[in-house]
Write a protein of this length. Structure first.
Length: 277
C-alpha cells in the first residue's frame, strides 16, 4: 500500500464528508476554532483539576497543531512545544500561526521526542498528548522526559493507544481510518508503557484506564456511553436499561474500564521522577 504524508492525510480527512466527525473530534481544521474548542473541552477541564499548582514552565512533547500548548499558555504557563513535523496544518508551522494570530506566546522547537535539542533543564510540567504510541523508541522517549524533569516535575501522558497483545495490533491498525492513509499509527501493551517509565526512572503515580476519566473518553458523553452499552444488547436493551438506570454512572465507568479489551483503547499516565535518598 502506498501511504501519503501525515499532512495530506489530515487534509483528506478534512475534505471527506464521511470523516468530518473524526476531523472535528481530532481538532483538525481552523486552528483558532480548534484551540478554543479544546480549551473548553471536558478533557482539558479535567486536566486542569490535576494541575493545581500555579502556572510555571511547561514542555509539550509532540505538540501537533498546538491545541494543548495554546490552552496551557492561555492559562499562564510558559510553554515550549516540541513538534517534529513542520506542517502549517498539523505541525510546528501551525503552532506558530496559532500563537501569532492569537498573540499568545509559545516557544516552538522542531525535534523528535527521542532527541530534544535542549540542555538538561527542569520543567515544572511535561505533557505528551497522544504521543507515546507514536514513539520510534519508547524507552528513549521516556528517558528524554526523565532528563528534562526533576523530582518535583509533574509528568502527564494523555490518551495513548493500548493493545493486550501483538495479535491485537493488526486489528487496531486495519480499522484505524488515518493509519490506512498515512501508515503512522501504533499501539503498545500496558506493560510496555510501564516498563518504559520504569527504565527511565519514572514512577507512575496514577494509571488512568479507558473509562476512568473523561480525559480518555471525551468527546463521548454520559448519554453516548449509555447508548453504546444498550446497542450491544440489541433486543434486550429495554431489560438492560432498567438495571443501568439504578447503577450510579461512576460505577458503570469502573466496570467498563475493567472489562474494556478493545484494540487501541486509551490510557493516560501521571508520573514523577524517582527520588533517591
Amino acid at each position: 500500500m502506498k501511504y501519503i504524508s501525515w499532512e495530506d492525510a489530515v487534509q483528506k480527512c478534512l475534505d471527506s464528508p464521511e470523516l468530518s466527525d473524526l476531523a472535528r473530534d481530532s481538532y483538525f481544521g481552523d486552528l483558532e476554532d480548534a484551540a478554543n474548542r479544546y480549551y473548553c473541552s471536558s478533557e482539558y477541564k479535567e486536566l486542569k483539576k490535576i494541575l493545581q499548582s500555579s502556572p510555571k514552565k511547561a514542555l509539550d512533547l509532540g505538540a501537533a497543531n498546538g491545541i494543548l500548548s495554546w490552552a496551557l499558555a492561555k492559562d499562564g504557563w510558559e510553554v515550549t512545544a516540541i513538534e517534529p513535523d513542520h506542517s502549517n496544518i498539523v505541525g510546528a508551522g501551525a503552532i506558530r500561526k496559532l500563537a501569532k494570530k492569537t498573540k499568545i506566546k509559545i516557544n516552538v522547537i522542531e525535534a523528535m521526542g527521542e532527541d530534544i535539542p535542549i540542555k538538561t533543564e527542569s520543567y515544572d510540567l511535561i505533557v505528551a498528548r497522544q504521543v507515546l504510541h507514536h514513539a520510534n523508541n519508547l524507552d528513549e522517549f521516556c528517558k528524554e522526559i526523565s532528563r528534562l524533569s526533576n523530582t518535583n516535575t509533574t509528568i502527564i501522558t494523555l490518551r495513548d493507544h493500548v493493545i493486550s497483545n501483538q495479535d491485537q495490533l493488526s486489528d487496531f491498525l486495519n480499522k484505524h481510518p488515518l493509519h490506512n492513509l498515512y501508515g503512522g499509527e501504533n499501539a503498545f501493551t500496558l506493560n510496555e508503557y510501564r516498563n518504559a517509565f520504569k527504565n527511565a526512572e519514572l514512577n507512575i503515580t496514577k494509571e488512568i484506564r479507558s473509562f476512568d476519566s473523561v480525559i480518555n473518553y471525551d468527546p463521548m458523553t454520559k448519554n453516548d456511553i449509555i447508548k453504546n452499552i444498550l446497542d450491544i444488547f440489541g433486543p434486550l436493551r429495554s431489560f438492560v436499561k432498567i438495571f443501568i438506570n439504578v447503577i450510579p454512572f461512576p460505577i458503570i465507568l469502573k466496570i467498563l474500564s475493567f472489562i474494556d479489551n478493545r484494540p487501541g483503547r486509551l490510557v493516560s499516565f501521571i508520573a514523577s521522577k524517582k527520588k533517591y535518598e
